[in-house]
Every structure is written in structure tokens, then in C-alpha cells.
Design a protein around this ligand. Structure first.
Ligand SMILES: [Zn+2]
Length: 79
């Protein structure tokens, strides 16, 4: 039975609030975006993306099966 969302840090159930979910155990609030709870931690600039990861992603996208397959499907659809 689903009792609700669970805190990724302490695994206790979260309490739903207005535009957020609160963990009463570790005193953390998780905001909601379009009614979806956001567990992604924001960096200091608030972007949600860590700039140092872009170079890693660029290299992975060259050879990972998901990205190469996706590109192949897009190429086929364009032709
Ligand atoms: Zn917690």
C-alpha cells in the first residue's frame, strides 16, 4: 500500500504542504514543480545542473547505446 513519498535522505514519509513536501525527521523541504516533488538538489546558482558534468556528458553521449541509438532513430526519421 502506498503511504506517500519517502525522504531520499532518511527514508521516512514526507508530509505534503503547499508547493512542497517536508521531512520532519531531517527537517528538509522538497519543493514541487508543476505538482511534482523535486528531489534534485540545487547548486549555489540555483540552476539544478552542475557545470562540471557537461564535459562528462558530452563524452558519454558519443558512445553510450542510448544516445547513439537515439541519434540513429532521429537520422532515419529525418531521411
Ligand atoms: Zn528525511
Amino acid at each position: 500500500m502506498n503511504k506517500g513519498l519517502i525522504c531520499p535522505r532518511c527514508k521516512n514519509f514526507l508530509r505534503a504542504g503547499k508547493n512542497k513536501y517536508d521531512c520532519l525527521s531531517c527537517n528538509v523541504s522538497y519543493p514541487t514543480i508543476d505538482d511534482i516533488c523535486c528531489f534534485v538538489e540545487r547548486d549555489s546558482k540555483g540552476s539544478g545542473f552542475k557545470a562540471e558534468m557537461f564535459e562528462f556528458l558530452f563524452e558519454v553521449e558519443k558512445k553510450h547505446f542510448w544516445h547513439t541509438g537515439r541519434k540513429e532513430i532521429i537520422y532515419q526519421m529525418l531521411n
